[in-house]
Design a protein around this ligand. Structure first.
Ligand code: EPS
Length: 374
């Protein structure tokens, strides 16, 4: 079983992650981890913090001579903007943020104690973990990408684009949108939100390709990989909805327009010509690309603050204003990839097992032979 923990506050000394259960013998290069961290920092609409930070991971343990050794992998990313003990006290919780519920729950007099950990900066640690998982998945031909499909109601048109095209086009776009025209409109909308001291949300899509048939299981609720991936995406700060494949649109039409017909030829084996199921049937991967989308609410720090209540005086006051992003949906896509990579790697190891990369590879090859014969 693969598992991880993260630790660290937004303006604390650093962010830390420990990944446990990764096979030995996997070549892990800090450069690859840092490339993912750099992708997370980008995106039109980010605030001032990203100009301060240059997130770089130090691998503290679990890797020797650039190869994993089977022990827990500890990753540390220092915060340049380290000032946790010099920050103003916060008494006016922001509607939409964890501020008020956190202060009540943990009996904090200073909302700062809550917001520092609730901050989406924690996702630095998740992306570092995800980067290691991506390296593992790549050894088995599995790749994960993402792109922004909606910002503030502006929809991208990406029907018919291949995985490769989505990856290429979104990497060239400042908003990580694979539709150039929609990308420009999204940026104009972000500019408008900034001018009006507002924030804006959107939807990102995560796609995984090369995933073999049979990850996850239908036999029990907690073994459905589709559900685990939904939970993984819903756990990202500000995510309010997740859908798989055709998603909520399945409710708008008939079964014949929803289900992906089954075909077979010698070269490809079983395959589909459509992928409304988003790569899952019975919660199990069916060999098609995995496609999941997540809706991100507009960030709750508004430069023109909403009404709130001072937690000491109980009097109405405008919510606190913190430096923040106008939007971070492009970054959320990268975080979604990391979370998906972790869940996929976990599920892969659950099915194929192994303590070393070679052992997992042998087990996987045996399964491949088995399904070729089916
Ligand atoms: C973030 C760092 C934060 C915010 C944002 C994401 O930095 P700071 O609070 O210093 O500006 O930019 O955090 C939030 C959106 C949030 O809700 O707290 C990052 O590294 O991604």
């Amino acid at each position: 079983m693969l598992r991880f923990l993260t630790s660290g506050e937004s303006h604390g000394r650093c962010l830390v992650a420990i990944l446990e259960g990764m096979v030995a013998g996997l070549e892990v290069d800090e450069k690859e981890v840092n490339a993912e961290l750099a992708r997370r920092q980008m995106g039109y609409g980010r605030g001032g913090r990203m100009a301060i930070e240059k997130d770089e991971a130090q691998i503290l343990s679990g890797v020797r001579f650039k190869k994993t050794i089977g022990s827990p992998i500890a990753l540390l990313v220092p915060n340049k903007d380290f000032k946790i003990n010099d920050l103003p006290v916060v008494k006016r919780p922001r509607p939409g943020h964890a501020d008020l519920v956190g202060a009540i729950k943990y009996e904090r007099e200073d909302v700062r104690d809550v917001l520092e950990r609730a901050s989406a900066r924690e996702t630095v640690a998740r992306v570092a973990v995800g980067a290691v998982c991506r390296i593992f998945l790549k050894a088995f031909g599995i790749e994960v990408t993402s792109h922004v499909v909606v910002i503030g109601g502006v929809q991208a048109r990406t029907e018919g684009l291949s995985f490769e095209e989505v990856k290429r086009r979104s990497s060239l776009s400042p908003v990580r949108c694979a539709d150039e025209d929609a990308g420009r409109k999204m940026m104009r909308l972000i500019d408008r939100a900034k001018q009006t001291k507002d924030t804006v949300g959107g939807v990102f899509e995560v796609i995984a390709r090369g995933v073999p048939v049979g990850l996850g299981s239908f036999v029990h609720y907690d073994r459905r990989l589709s559900a685990k991936l939904c939970a993984a995406l819903a756990s990202i700060q500000a995510v309010k909805g997740v859908e798989i494949g055709m998603g909520f649109k399945v409710s708008e039409t008939f079964g014949r327009r929803v289900h992906d017909e089954i075909f077979h030829n010698r070269k490809r084996g079983f395959y589909r010509k459509t992928n409304n199921a988003g790569g899952f049937e019975g919660g199990v991967t069916n060999g098609e690309n995995l496609v999941l989308r997540a809706a991100v609410k507009p960030y709750s720090t508004l430069m023109s603050p909403l009404r709130s209540v001072n937690i000491d005086t109980k009097k109405e006051e405008p919510a606190a204003v913190e430096r923040s992003d106008v939007t971070a949906v492009p970054a959320c896509g990268v975080i979604g990839e990391a979370m998906a990579a972790f869940e996929l790697a976990n599920s892969f190891l659950e099915k194929f097992g192994g303590d070393s990369l070679k052992e997992t590879q042998r087990n996987f090859m045996g399964y491949k032979k088995q399904i070729e014969k089916f």
